[in-house]
Design a protein around this ligand. Structure first.
Ligand code: NAD
Length: 481
C-alpha cells in the first residue's frame, strides 16, 4: 500500500473505543504500509497525560488487541503519538492544540492533511466541530476531514441541529459518519454477490423474492452500558443505523456505477420510498420486548443504571416495505435484541415457490451470515438419495479459518477508506434524515401507548407476540435460534 500522509486528532483518545478499535486499526495500516513515516496522531482527553504515558497506553492497546505483534514495530508506531489535555468547551485549548498540530505537521511532513476523529460522547460533536472552524484548525492546505461516531442524534430534530453545527464547519463531502457494520466483510459482499452473479441478479426482484429477513441478535445483555441504553433502546441503537444500512443495500436498485455518489444515490432512492407508518401501522407491524431474566440471569430492569420500572425496549421486530426498487412491496422482516438465543447477524432472502408439480416443494433461501460466521448458504430442493421424494440441499460457501483471520477488522477497512477519501461505506446525511423520520414515528406511538414492551425470557428469540408481524401471510423466520 502506498504511503498516505496525515495528521489525526482523536478526541476521546483515552476512551474505550480508541483503545479497542482505533489504535489497532491504525497499527494494522502502519504494518501494511498505508501509514509510514508521514503520520502523526494527537490524542486529546481531559486527563493531564504526558506524551510518554500516552505512548505507553497506545502500546498496551496494540499488545492487548492485535495478534502476533512485533514489539519493535509497536514502539516505532507509538512514537507517532502525542497527547494534549483538552476541555472541549475551552477556546484556548483549541489554540494550543493547533500549535501542537502545526509543530507535528512540520516534523512529520503530513502535507496539511488533517483528520479529526470524534470518539467521545455525541453531546460534544457539535461544539467540537464549531471550535475547529472558529479557532482555525480547519485550514486551506491539504484536506480537512471529520469522522463522527454513532449515534448521530437522538431523533430527527437533534440530528438536524447536529448536522447544522457540523455543516457550518465541514462540507458534506468531508464528513465521514461511521456505521462500522459497513466495514464488515459480508455486508460489503452483498453488493458483489447480487450484482455479479446472474444466479442472484436475475431473481433479485419482487417476482421471485417472497420476503427478506434481517436479524441482528446479541446474546449479551446491556453489560455496563445501562445508563446509555436507558436513553436509547434497541430501535435507536440498532435499527435506525445498522439495520437500515443493511436493508437499503439489499433493496436498492442497481447503482448506475460503483462510485460512492451513485451508490448513495441508489440507497437514498429506496430509503425515500419507505412506507411511513401511522400509529395503527406501528401497532400492527412493530413489536417491542424487554428481557425478563431467567433462573440465573438478571432481567433488564435489574441491570446496573437501569430504572426498575424501565419501559425501554431491548428487543424490536418489525416489517418494512419499500415502494421503489427491485424489491418493492416485498416485506422486509427485521429484528434485533439483547439476551437472545445466539449471537448472529444475518440476512435471509426467501424465494417464492416456483411450481407445485412436487409435493413438499420447499422455499429456496439465500442466507448471508455476517457475524460471527462469514458464510453464504443457498437452500435448494433436490432428489433424495434412494427415493423419488424431494429433499432440501444446502450449498455452502464459507471463508476458511485462515481467510477469516486475514479479514481486516471493520475499523481498519473504514480507516483506509477515509484516508483515501472513499465515502462509499459511510452514512450520508440524507440517509440519517430519512431513517430518523421513520424511527421517530414509532417512538412517538410507543410513548403514547400505555402498554409496556412484552417480556421475553433470556436465551429466547424475543417475545411470543413477534409472530404478529407475519399476520395475513404464511411467512415465518428462517433462523429460529
Ligand atoms: P468512553 O467514555 O470510553 O471515552 C470517552 C472519551 O472522551 C474519554 O477519552 C474521555 O476522557 C473523553 N472526554 C469525556 N468528556 C470530555 C470532556 N468534557 N472534554 C474532553 N474529553 C472528554 O467512550 P467510548 O466507548 O470510547 O465511545 C466514544 C464514542 O464512540 C461514542 O460516541 C460512542 O457512542 C461511540 N461508540 C463506541 C463503541 C464502543 O465499543 N466503545 C462502539 C460504537 C460507537
Amino acid at each position: 500500500k502506498k504511503n498516505l500522509p496525515v495528521l489525526f486528532v482523536i478526541f476521546g483518545g483515552s476512551g474505550d473505543l480508541a483503545h479497542r478499535k482505533l489504535y489497532p486499526a491504525l497499527f494494522n495500516l502502519f504494518r501494511k504500509g498505508a501509514l509510514q513515516e508521514n503520520f502523526a496522531v494527537v490524542g486529546t482527553a481531559r486527563r493531564p497525560w504526558s506524551d510518554d504515558y500516552f505512548q505507553e497506553t497506545v502500546q498496551q492497546a496494540i499488545v492487548e488487541n492485535v495478534n502476533a505483534v512485533d514489539r519493535d514495530l509497536v514502539d516505532q508506531f507509538s512514537r507517532h503519538f502525542f497527547y494534549q489535555s483538552h476541555d472541549v468547551t475551552d477556546e484556548n485549548h483549541y489554540i494550543e492544540l493547533n500549535n501542537k498540530i502545526e509543530q507535528l505537521e512540520s516534523q512529520f511532513k503530513t502535507q496539511g492533511n488533517r483528520t479529526f476523529y470524534l470518539a467521545m460522547s455525541p453531546q460534544f460533536f457539535g461544539t467540537i466541530s464549531q471550535h475547529l472552524k472558529a479557532q482555525n484548525l480547519v485550514t486551506d492546505t491539504g484536506y480537512n476531514r471529520l469522522v463522527v461516531e454513532k449515534p448521530f442524534g437522538h431523533d430527527l430534530e437533534s440530528a438536524k441541529v447536529l448536522n447544522q453545527q457540523i455543516g457550518d464547519s465541514f462540507a458534506e463531502k468531508d464528513v465521514y459518519r461511521i456505521d462500522h457494520y459497513l466495514g464488515k466483510q459480508m455486508i460489503q459482499n452483498i453488493m458483489y454477490l447480487r450484482l455479479t452473479n446472474p444466479l442472484f441478479d436475475s431473481i433479485w426482484d419482487s417476482e421471485h423474492i417472497q420476503n427478506v429477513q434481517v436479524t441482528l441478535a446479541e446474546s449479551l445483555g446491556v453489560e455496563n452500558r445501562g445508563g446509555y441504553y436507558e436513553t436509547a433502546g434497541a430501535l435507536r441503537d440498532m435499527v435506525q443505523n445498522h439495520i437500515f444500512q443493511i436493508a437499503s443495500q439489499v433493496a436498492m436498485k442497481k447503482p448506475v456505477s460503483l462510485t460512492s455518489t451513485d451508490i448513495h444515490q441508489a440507497k437514498q432512492e429506496v430509503l425515500n420510498s419507505i412506507q411511513m407508518y401511522d400509529a395503527d401501522d406501528v401497532n400492527r407491524f412493530f413489536v417491542r420486548g424487554q428481557y425478563a431474566g431467567n433462573d440465573s440471569e438478571n432481567s433488564y430492569r435489574e441491570e446496573e443504571q437501569v430504572s426498575p420500572e424501565s419501559t425501554v425496549e431491548t428487543f424490536v421486530a418489525g416489517k418494512l416495505l419499500f415502494k421503489a426498487g427491485p424489491l418493492q412491496n416485498v416485506p422486509f422482516y427485521i429484528r434485533t435484541g439483547k439476551k437472545l438465543a445466539q449471537k448472529t447477524t444475518r440476512v435471509d432472502l426467501v424465494l417464492k415457490s416456483s411450481h407445485d408439480l412436487f409435493e413438499q416443494n420447499q422455499d429456496n433461501v439465500i442466507s448471508i451470515e455476517i457475524d460471527p460466521e462469514n458464510k453464504l448458504t443457498v437452500t435448494l430442493n433436490g432428489k433424495q438419495l434412494s427415493q423419488t421424494d424431494l429433499s432440501s440441499l444446502q450449498m455452502k460457501f464459507a471463508y476458511t479459518k485462515d481467510e477469516v483471520a486475514q479479514i481486516p477488522d471493520a475499523y481498519e477497512k473504514l480507516f483506509y477508506d477515509f484516508l483515501i477519501g472513499d465515502r462509499t461505506n459511510f452514512v450520508h446525511w440524507h440517509e440519517v434524515k430519512t431513517t430518523w423520520d421513520f424511527i421517530d414515528r414509532i417512538e412517538k406511538t410507543w410513548q403514547e401507548d400505555a402498554q409496556p414492551p412484552f417480556a421475553y425470557q433470556n436465551g429466547s428469540m424475543g417475545p411470543n407476540e413477534v409472530s404478529r408481524i407475519f399476520e395475513g401471510t404464511t411467512d415465518s423466520w428462517v433462523f429460529k435460534g
